[in-house]
Design a protein around this ligand. Structure first.
Ligand code: 4FV
Length: 248
C-alpha cells in the first residue's frame, strides 16, 4: 500500500522541510508515500501571472481565480482521472482519526490549498470531491492544513510507523484519550512513576491504563466518552473514578 499526495498551492516551498523529517521523511525515502507540490501560478496564462481578483459584490480581501486552479487540476487529473480532490477549508468536515483512516484507502489524493478569502465557488461546484477542516479557526492558507492531513493519513499506511507500531493503537482509536506515559527516571524531583507500572503485572497495568484513559477522557472530553461504547469493566472503572472524585 502506498499513497500519492499532489498538493496544489501558491507556496510549494512551504512543503520542503516539514514533511522531509523523521517518520514521514523515511516513508518518502522508502516510497511508501509520494508528495508532489504543484504551483497554481504556473497555470496562469497572463504575463503578470494573476491568481486572485476582487470579490464580485464587493467586500474585503481577494478571491482565488477559477481558471488557474481548473488548469492545474486538469493537468493532474489527465495523469490519473481517479484521483480524489480535497479542498482544505474551515467550512469542511472536521478531520478526525476515523476520517484519516478512511482517506488512507485512497491511493491518490489531490489537496487544494486556498489563500486569501478562499477559492471561487465554481472550483467547489466543478472540481472538489470533499472539503475538510482541521479545526474551527482561520489560517492564512490551507498549506498547514494539508500537511496535517498528510501526516494523520500517512500514519495508517502499513510500514510508515515502523514494523511493530500501527495507528490502530493510538488515541481516539477507541475514541478515548491516551493514558499517561512515563519513562526513566523513576523519581524526578520527588515525583515518582506509579508503582503499578514497574510491578510487571501486565493485567494490572492494562487496567490502570484503561482507567486513566477513562479518567482523562471524562475530565477533558466528555463528548468523546459519549461516543465510546463502554464495556461493563469500563462502567465499573468510571464508577470508581466518579466515586473517588466525589471524595476528593
Ligand atoms: C483551514 C482550516 C483554513 C481559510 C482562508 C485559508 C484558510 C484561507 N483549512 N482547515 N481551518 N483555511 O483556515 O483547513 O484561504
Amino acid at each position: 500500500m502506498r499513497m500519492r499526495f499532489d498538493v496544489l498551492t501558491l507556496f510549494p516551498d512551504m512543503f520542503s522541510s516539514p514533511l522531509r523529517e523523521s517518520i514521514l521523511g523515511k516513508a518518502i525515502q522508502r516510497g511508501l508515500i509520494q508528495i508532489r507540490t504543484i504551483n497554481i501560478r504556473d497555470f496562469t496564462l497572463d504575463k503578470h501571472q494573476v491568481v486572485d481578483d476582487a470579490p464580485y459584490g464587493g467586500g474585503q480581501g481577494m478571491v482565488m481565480k477559477v481558471e488557474p486552479i481548473a488548469r492545474a487540476i486538469e493537468s493532474v487529473k489527465s495523469q490519473n482521472p481517479s484521483a480524489r480532490i480535497i479542498y482544505l477549508t474551515p467550512q469542511g468536515k472536521p478531520l478526525s482519526q476515523d476520517l484519516a483512516r478512511r482517506l488512507c484507502t485512497q491511493p491518490h489524493l489531490i489537496l487544494l490549498c486556498g489563500r486569501y478569502e478562499g477559492v471561487d465557488e465554481r472550483v467547489r461546484e466543478l472540481f472538489v470531491d470533499e472539503e475538510i477542516s482541521i479545526g474551527d479557526y482561520v489560517l492564512t492558507g490551507g498549506e498547514l492544513a494539508a500537511m496535517v492531513l498528510i501526516d494523520a493519513v500517512s500514519r495508517f499506511i502499513p510500514g510508515v510507523l515502523g514494523c511493530d507500531r500501527s495507528a490502530e493503537e493510538d488515541s481516539f482509536f477507541n475514541s478515548l484519550l491516551e493514558f499517561p506515559q512515563y519513562t526513566r527516571p523513576f523519581n524526578f524531583r520527588g515525583s515518582c512513576v506509579p508503582e503499578v507500572l514497574v510491578s510487571g503485572n501486565h493485567s494490572a497495568i492494562s487496567v490502570w491504563r484503561r482507567k486513566e484513559a477513562l479518567r482523562r477522557t471524562s475530565l477533558r472530553r466528555p463528548d468523546l466518552l459519549a461516543k465510546t461504547n463502554l464495556s461493563e469493566e469500563d462502567k465499573r472503572l468510571l464508577e470508581e473514578i466518579l466515586n473517588s472524585r466525589d471524595h476528593c
